[in-house]
Ligand binder design. Sequence first.
Ligand code: AMP
Ligand code: ZN
Length: 463
Amino acid sequence: MSFNIYNSITKKIERFNPIEKKKVSLYTCGPTVYDYSHIGNFRTFLFEDLLKRWLIHLGYDVKHIMNITDIDDKTIEKANKKGVSLKKITHKYTEVFFNDLKWLKLIPASSFPRATNYIDEIIILIQKLIKKKYAYLDDSGSVYFDIGTQSNYGKLTNLKSNSLKKGKRVLDDEYNKNMAQDFALWKAHKDIEGEIFWDSPWGKGRPGWHIECSAMAMAELGENFDIHCGGVDNMFPHHENEIAQSESVTGKKFVNYWMHSEFLSIDGDKMSKSKGNVYTINKLKGMGFSAESIRYQLLSSHYRKKITFSKRKKDEVDRVISRFFNFYNLLISRKANLIKGVSYPQEYLEFCDKMNNDLNVSGALGIFFSWMKGVMKKIKAKNISDKGLGEAWMFLSVLNDVFDFIDVKKNDIPNDVRIILKKRMQAREVKDYVLSDLLRNELEIMGWKVEDSGQGQEVFKNK
Ligand code: AMP
Ligand code: ZN
């Protein structure tokens, strides 16, 4: 079974072959800590988490580096606007980011390097680029990368050569494709930036955003590594510039596989502060979203498809999440977790085939759902062997290792609720609907809502 992924640079689905057997080096562009990360950022971070979890499931030892961008145009602007130090701003939002990661159950990266701890490495890279004549110093003390030295600048985004403004310079960290120009590696200090500067061979200044990721990635993973991810907006100019400067320094291919996730919008709209639809994790928590339900909305579509996050989908998604949870509870109640010496059901292989096909999650989840429905029916009809129960537990465990849709720490359905549910099931079996309704009311009073579906009783905690 091979794992095939879409490589954004070749625009093809390719078989994944790591540099080192059974090991994966993975770099993902992390948050710019000038504000709270929003649900769009988490779409990308969750895609990367899913990729990592799937690689781990396939038996790889994954070294995952996610940087923290704690110095760039946006962080400086925010610190100046608030009249506080850069550290004060970046520490605050880094801490919130780590709490959000934990709450959303992302597996922490092997390391989270901060750009401000890599200034020496950045300066060394820039010195090498100047020495090799890929970069030059301007009159103000800023250093620029010369895109005129590159015969194939723009290979990730297929930039047309006539859109390259050779010899022109752009100081901003972010700019659009029709301004593809020499970009800043080192920015000379401006008075407005106050105390925010580092000494360098070119005088006081600070790094440009793009060189930060090249320096951290190479310091942590080496000059050539397996996978580099980000959202599609990172492709230009950030990743194009990372490739140009890294490959110019080393003369080697920088990254073997580039993977990018598509954008997330809110109820079909672009997220924007003026529309009040920038959803942070805190805001969603306040709206009653669970981590599992956010994970499902963000992970259940393919990572290369645009998706919409919607308040309206909440109830529907909560039901799906409850279905997984009920299945989990049902298997526990049948002691499926204690059955030893069993393997996976046939459907697991089909599930793996889908996941191995560039993380085809909708296909994989579709297989899981129809299999789960069949198993529920068999359990209800008391028509399942211990082997069947054990296999069900094995498959469910894989699903949860990879997607984490089940809150296994959530209190189990309490015993008194279980007893009433059992009585109610017996009442329904003998068609005593009056008693069944009375028991439903009793459960309602205890804070539990019960629904009857083809798969039996489904129970939800009332909010
Ligand atoms: P930033 O904090 O802006 O540096 O972004 C962190 C990550 O989130 C980057 O990989 C971006 O590509 C990604 N990102 C930003 N906005 C969105 C969005 N609306 N949907 C998906 N990913 C996004
Ligand atoms: Zn980056």
